[in-house]
Write a protein that binds this ligand. Structure first.
Ligand code: S3P
Length: 449
């Protein structure tokens, strides 16, 4: 390895990310931006594709996941410009007008692409669709969207009693339902709402706790008749809808900013400003959890951009305290739990994460993978059925760890490695490109490399 602190070694299909603390010590500094919000990017591409007229998307995430969405909708007739700049144009074809694709639709690693798309496909009568994904996505449960869609009249076939992709869908005229979802999942909620756009009458989804509300905001902006009852966590859409192309401005992804928030908090002597981060209240659980841990984070320049709240986040290093993260907070920080576990490793006392069994069915089993990989580095992490118990304050020693092909695991381990002695090598670091293609470049920049 060279003298550089952060290096990436690329072989044919795999990248190793190596991190070795310089002898002179390390602190992180700079003003940075993060790529566009992944959830909003998917929705902008999809609603753009099914609206009438042109949608212009500014700040689209150019990661692997939105590329999967774009290629699926192109295969069904939407005209989506190349994803080589963050300004992307979509010529919509109108609701109900997706064409039967001539080949299998591949959602890659993206659960959001597959689950949201299923709602639309199920409602396209007389057309046949076959959808699949990579190894990870083919092992993630689809019954959570297949069952409610079947209640609406959908015809879907798949492995293990229609639970896993590949799935075949024969589109139908769907009927509206009131679905009481057993899980707080924005993918489930959004799938049913998208199906409801084409079912005549009112389709309602009630969830046990509030999940991210980007679909609701964007559907209203595109002209759908949609109402929200915050008392009962219910959303109702009235079909058939008519959507009109819009200009969408995608804020920076707080789930990507989370890596820098924790890095800035745990690496002594650091100060970072992360500009233009989306701070939609359904996503800011990470800020509340880090506040409980006594992190020094300030919101600056708060504003609303195209219907989504945005701020610059300033983080200064401080000593963290363990805390308990559970209950209704979990859906508001579900994707940030791997990096919160890293914060817990460097906090004094015990950090407990509960009510997060959903982590077992993400891009990897994030409970088992974070526990084994952090313990490999010398941390004290115990798996719980629905979370993690972390005893903070044990020093970490660099060694070989593995991303398990999961973008958020890769980036969380890289941040943990910043505070480890010796060299940490993260195998499978190419996974970061799913949501953050420039992660390593930004890491090098804030390390002054
Ligand atoms: C997402 C919802 C969440 C989240 C995922 C993106 C979305 O999944 O974990 O990364 O864009 O709707 P669930 O709905 O399965 O909780």
């Amino acid at each position: 390895m060279s003298d550089s602190f952060v290096t990436l070694e690329t072989t044919e299909n795999q990248q190793d990310l190596m991190i070795k603390k310089p002898a002179s010590g390390l602190s992180l500094h700079g003003r940075i931006t993060v790529p566009g919000d992944k959830s909003i990017s998917h929705r902008a591409l999809m609603l753009g594709a099914i609206a009438l007229g042109e949608t212009q998307i500014n700040g689209l995430l150019l990661g692997e996941d939105p590329r999967s969405t774009a290629s699926c909708f192109r295969a069904m007739g939407a005209d989506i410009s190349q994803l080589n700049t963050e300004m992307v144009r979509v010529q919509g074809i109108g609701l109900g007008q997706l064409q039967e694709p001539v080949d299998i639709l591949n959602a890659g690693n993206s659960g959001t692409t597959l689950r949201l798309m299923l709602g639309l496909l199920a409602a396209h009568s007389e057309r046949l669709f076959v959808v699949t994904g990579d190894n990870s996505l083919r092992s993630r449960p689809m019954s959570r969207v297949v069952h409610p869609l079947q209640q609406m009249g959908a015809k879907i076939w798949g492995r293990q009693n229609n639970s896993f992709a590949p799935l075949a869908i024969k589109g139908q005229n769907l009927r509206p339902i009131h679905y009481h979802s057993p899980i707080a999942s924005a993918q489930v909620k959004s799938c049913i709402l998208l199906a409801g756009l084409m079912a005549e009458g009112q389709t309602t989804v009630t969830e046990p706790a509030l999940s991210r509300d980007h679909s609701e905001r964007m559907l209203q902006a595109f002209g759908a008749e949609l109402s929200v009852d915050p008392e009962t966590n219910s959303v109702t859409v009235t079909g058939p809808a008519k959507l009109h192309g819009q200009t969408v401005v995608v804020p920076g992804d707080i789930s990507s900013a989370a890596f820098w928030l924790v890095a800035g908090a745990i690496v002594p002597g650091s100060e970072l400003v992360i500009e233009n981060v989306g701070v939609n209240p359904t996503r800011t659980g990470i800020l509340e959890a880090l506040a409980m841990m006594e992190a020094d984070i300030k919101l600056e320049n708060e504003r609303v951009v195209a219907g989504e709240p945005v701020a610059d986040l300033r983080v200064r290093s401080s000593s963290l305290k363990g805390c308990t993260i559970a209950g209704d907070l979990i859906p508001r920080l579900i994707d940030e739990i791997p990096i919160l576990a890293v914060a817990g490793v460097f906090a004094q006392g015990t950090t407990i994460i509960r009510d997060a069994a959903e982590l077992r069915v993400k891009e990897s089993d994030r409970i088992t993978v974070m526990a084994t990989q952090l313990n490999q580095l010398g941390a004290k992490v115990t798996e719980l059925p629905d979370g993690l118990e972390i005893t903070g304050g044990t020093p970490l020693t660099g060694t070989n760890v593995d991303s398990h092909a999961d973008h958020r695991i890769t980036m969380s381990l890289a941040i943990a490695a910043l505070n480890a002695t010796n060299t940490t090598t993260i195998h499978g670091a190419e996974a970061a490109a799913v949501s953050y293609p420039d992660f390593v470049t930004t890491l090098q920049k804030i390390c002054g490399q």
